[in-house]
Structure formats: structure tokens, C-alpha cells
Write a protein that binds this ligand. Structure first.
Ligand code: CP
Ligand code: NVA
Length: 303
């Protein structure tokens, strides 16, 4: 049994397989071909933070594959009334086939996984967001081919997305340029990469974007950090992705943002709504890659 808690939980070779499956599954969906290999399976989703894309993509994806879904939040389950996470894991995993969790500290999902009889998927923790980067890599490949050897520029907070991009660079063999304000750097220990050569750090976000094949950013204040909002608005003011940053990147640079986005804060409207942006494909692809991921974790390799 395998869990998917961090991007580095799967190998380069497994990503090759998984991304290929996601393309097949997406094509079937687009052609209205029924594909229901999970017809008798149940997914439990546990949300301790808000969500639009993760909720809809997992729920719609599981139904499309023939399965069913149970949605739990801290507010409407015993999780919010201090039932230990280990006990919740023991109980929930006796009744369902796979669990997706969005929560705060990564140690919580690790504790759940350690006591679960079924695969656990990380739907975002304070530290990592692997399903999002899986979709982002898939989207890059759809538009531009292999990501190996390319340059991805991360502009903004050294957060869960940044940590996960760094793991992806390590596993898949591309370079991550990172520019964050001082005090918001990526914590190398949290990202935990084996090859330090896959990351280059820049003080100036323009320098990070120079020559990049993909420029990407995220909100300045992630969920759980709302108390820091005002301080972050000040600290991040020079890290808004604008047209000038894209102008020094590759001519066919892509722009991505995991969403939700705040136009005029971390990104200008003419970038996110402009010709380089693939954010809507990126959001849609969450569903296709997660269907491939659930198929892989539950059924193994097909064919
Ligand atoms: N990108 C993402 O995970 O979106 P949600 O917070 O809406 O799920
Ligand atoms: N870094 C953001 C991502 C939201 C999908 C957060 O954690 O809130």
C-alpha cells in the first residue's frame, strides 16, 4: 500500500507512467467515454481548510470513475471535537478505500497515514501540495513537452507550493529559480531535496524570471497565516508578477498560479488573464491527474 503525502513519494519513472495515464484518462473524458474502474470504491475527503478546486476535482473525478465520496470537515465530524487523528484514521480507513486530507501541520497527515489501512493522499498541508504540482507538471508537458532540463521561476512566498516545486525539480530533473522576500525563504529542510543543484536563489524576482520557461506564483497569505496578512502585504509588494517579469523570460514562457488568485496583489491582471497564462487548464488538470493517481494507488498499473 502506498500513500501520496509529498511529491518525492513517487519516482521519476512512476511519474512518467502516471502522467501518461492522466493523458489517457483526460482523452477518454473529453470523448465522453465511460471509464469506471473504481465502481465499488469509496473516497473519504477530510477538509480542515477551505477548498474549491480540490473538493470539486476529487469528488467529480471519483464519481466519473464509478466510485462514491464521503466529505468530512472538522466542523461536522468528531475531528473538530478532539478525537485523536490516529483513532479517526483507524475507523475511517476500515470503511473506505482511499482518503484525501487537507489540513494544517504535515505531521497530522503523517499520523493519519501511519494508522490507515488504505492509501492517503495529501490535498494540501502547511508544508506541501503535491496534487497541485502534479497537475502543473502535466499542464506544462501538455503545452510544451518534457519539463526535464527546463527552468521554472517561483516568485513569492516560500510556502507549501514552493516546497513542492523544489521536490519536483529534484525528482524530475529541472531547475527551480526562487525569489522570495527576506524572511519568507524556502526552508531547505522542509523541502528536503537530495540535489541542491536543482535550486538557484535570487534576491531580485526579475533575475529569477530571466530565461525561465515557466513563471509561477501563489497568494501572499496562505490559509492558516491570516494573522500575518498586513505584514505580508508590505513585505511582498515587489514580488507581484507583472509583464516586465514575463518579458525577461523565454518568449513562449507559460504562467501558472494554483488559484485562488488576487489580481493586483501577487499577479497583475494582464498576466493572469494574458496570452501566457494557462491557469484554467492547470485547474482542470487537477481532476485528470488525481483520477490517474487514485487509479494507480488503488489498482496499480493498468495494461
Ligand atoms: N489550488 C487549490 O488547491 O485550490 P483550492 O484551495 O480551491 O482547492
Ligand atoms: N499556498 C496556498 C495554496 C492554496 C491552494 C495555501 O496554502 O493557502
Amino acid at each position: 500500500m502506498r500513500h501520496y503525502l509529498q511529491f518525492k513519494d513517487l519516482s521519476d519513472e512512476e511519474y512518467g507512467y502516471l502522467l501518461g495515464r492522466a493523458a489517457i484518462i483526460k482523452k477518454r473524458f473529453k470523448n465522453y467515454e465511460k471509464y469506471t474502474p473504481l465502481f465499488d470504491r469509496t473516497l473519504a475527503m477530510i477538509f480542515e481548510k477551505a477548498s474549491t478546486r480540490t473538493r470539486v476535482s476529487f469528488e467529480a473525478g471519483m464519481y466519473q470513475m464509478g466510485g462514491s465520496v464521503v466529505n468530512l470537515t472538522s466542523g461536522d465530524s468528531q475531528l473538530g471535537r478532539a478525537e485523536p487523528i490516529e483513532d479517526s484514521a483507524r475507523v475511517i480507513s476500515r470503511m473506505v478505500d482511499v482518503v484525501m486530507i487537507r489540513t494544517f501541520e504535515h505531521t497530522k497527515i503523517e499520523a493519519f497515514a501511519a494508522h490507515s489501512r488504505v492509501p492517503v493522499i495529501n490535498g494540501l498541508t502547511n508544508e506541501y501540495h503535491p496534487c497541485q504540482i502534479l497537475a502543473d507538471v502535466f499542464t506544462y508537458i501538455e503545452h510544451r513537452g518534457s519539463i526535464q532540463g527546463k527552468v521554472v521561476a517561483w516568485v513569492g512566498d516560500g510556502n507549501n507550493m514552493a516546497n513542492t516545486w523544489l521536490q519536483a525539480a529534484d525528482v524530475l530533473g529541472f531547475t527551480l529559480h526562487v525569489s522570495t522576500p527576506s524572511g519568507y525563504e524556502i526552508d531547505a529542510k522542509v523541502a528536503g531535496v537530495s540535489n541542491q543543484a536543482c535550486v538557484k536563489v535570487f534576491d531580485n524576482p526579475m533575475d529569477a524570471c530571466r530565461g525561465a520557461h515557466l513563471v509561477t506564483t501563489d497568494v501572499w497569505t496562505s490559509m492558516g497565516y491570516e494573522a500575518e496578512h498586513e505584514a505580508r502585504q508590505k513585505a511582498f509588494a515587489d514580488w507581484r508578477v507583472d509583464r516586465e517579469m514575463l518579458a525577461v523570460a523565454q518568449p513562449d514562457v507559460l504562467f501558472m498560479h494554483c488559484l485562488p488568485a488576487h489580481r493586483g496583489e501577487e499577479v497583475d491582471a494582464d498576466v493572469i488573464d494574458g496570452p501566457h497564462s494557462v491557469v484554467w487548464d492547470e485547474a482542470e488538470n487537477r481532476m485528470h491527474v488525481q483520477k490517474a493517481l487514485m487509479e494507480y494507488l488503488l489498482l496499480g498499473r493498468i495494461g
